[in-house]
Design a protein around this ligand. Structure first.
Ligand SMILES: C[S@@+](CC[C@H](N)C(=O)[O-])C[C@H]1O[C@@H](n2cnc3c(N)ncnc32)[C@H](O)[C@@H]1O
Length: 272
C-alpha cells in the first residue's frame, strides 16, 4: 500500500479543500484529506445527488474519449484532468489504439504528484503541472511538444474544468486558443455545470456558493452560453445535453438516473 506521507507535496495547504481531491473522494478514491471529505459532505448536503454528478461526468468522459478514438483520434490533451483514477483517459483511448498518447494538465499539486507515481514507466502519457489558462505554457511545454503532433488531430478535453475559469471572456478565449492550435478533424470534449435546468438549479447554485470556500471557485453557465461557445465547431449528435444523456450506454448507465441530476451539460464538437 502506498504511504501517502511519502509523496504529499510539502507546500500544499491541507487546511483548504481542493476540487480535485473532493472529486476524487466522491468517486471513491483515496487521494484526499479530512478537509476534502468534510467539503464533500457539505456538497452532498447542498446537492444530494452530487456523487451521481461526478459519476455521470466520468462516464460521459469515457464515452466521449471512445467516440474520439473511434473517429481516428490518437492524441488527447486533457485540461484539468484531476487525479488519474480508475479508467483514466489513456486507458480508455488505448483500448482502441495501444499507441494513443495523452498529455494531462492539472494545477492541483497532489494530483500531479500522484500522476508522477502512477504514470512513471508508462510511455506516451505524462502530466504537466500547469494552469490550463496559460495556453502558451501548456502548448509550448516540452512534454506537450514531445508527445503531441500538432499536424495530426488532437482531442482537447475540458471535462468539468472550464467552469473554474471564472472570467467568461477568458473562458471563451481559452477554448478558442486551444482549438486554433489543433488541425481540422480535432475535437473538443466539454462538460460544464449549468443552472439552466428547471430541476436542480437551486442545488447547482448552492454548490457553486460552496465552491468559493475551496481553492478553486466555480461558476455555473447557461445552456445558451455553452451553445455559443461551440459556434464554428460541428457539434456531434445529440448536441448539448446532460452528461447522462450523451450517447448513453445502457449497460453502464446508473439506475434511475434523472437527467437533471447530472447537473453538467456536455458536448463533443469537431473542428471542421
Ligand atoms: C471536477 S475535476 C474534473 C476532473 C476530470 N476532468 C474529470 O472530468 O473527471 C476538475 C479539475 O480541474 C482542475 N482545474 C481547475 N482549474 C484548473 C486550471 N485553471 N488549470 C488546470 N486545472 C484546473 C481541478 O484541479 C480539478 O482537478
Amino acid at each position: 500500500m502506498t504511504d501517502h506521507a511519502t509523496w504529499i507535496p510539502v507546500d500544499i495547504d491541507v487546511g483548504r479543500a481542493s476540487p480535485a481531491r473532493v472529486y476524487d473522494y466522491l468517486l471513491g478514491g483515496s487521494w484526499n484529506f479530512d478537509i476534502d471529505r468534510m467539503m464533500a459532505q457539505a456538497a452532498i448536503d447542498r446537492m444530494p445527488w452530487v456523487r451521481e454528478l461526478a459519476r455521470h461526468n466520468r462516464q460521459f468522459l469515457t464515452r466521449a474519449v471512445r467516440f474520439c478514438a473511434d473517429a481516428g483520434v490518437r492524441q488527447f490533451l486533457d485540461l484539468g484532468s484531476g487525479m488519474p483514477t480508475a479508467k483514466s483517459v489513456h486507458e480508455i483511448a488505448r483500448e482502441t489504439d495501444p499507441g494513443a498518447r495523452v498529455v494531462y494538465v492539472e494545477q492541483e499539486p497532489v494530483a500531479v504528484a500522484h500522476a508522477g507515481l502512477i504514470l512513471s514507466g508508462v510511455d506516451g502519457v505524462e502530466m504537466i503541472g500547469a494552469d490550463m489558462r496559460d495556453v502558451d505554457v501548456v502548448l509550448n511545454h516540452p512534454t506537450t511538444t514531445a508527445l503531441l503532433d500538432f499536424d495530426e488531430p488532437i482531442a482537447v478535453l475540458m471535462a468539468s474544468s472550464l467552469h473554474y475559469v471564472l472570467d467568461a471572456a477568458q473562458a471563451v478565449q481559452t477554448v478558442e486558443r486551444y482549438m486554433e492550435a489543433v488541425v481540422p478533424g480535432s475535437y473538443l470534449v466539454l462538460s460544464h455545470i449549468s443552472d439552466s435546468g428547471a430541476d436542480g438549479a437551486d442545488e447547482v447554485n448552492r454548490l457553486v456558493e460552496l465552491s468559493k470556500t475551496t481553492s478553486s471557485a466555480g461558476v455555473a453557465r447557461s445552456r445558451e452560453w455553452i451553445e455559443e461557445l461551440l459556434n464554428g465547431l460541428e457539434v456531434a449528435e445529440p448536441g448539448v445535453v446532460y452528461t447522462s444523456q450523451w450517447r448513453p450506454d445502457t449497460r453502464l448507465q446508473l439506475v434511475r438516473a434523472l437527467p437533471a441530476h447530472s447537473s453538467l451539460l456536455a458536448a463533443v464538437a469537431r473542428k471542421p
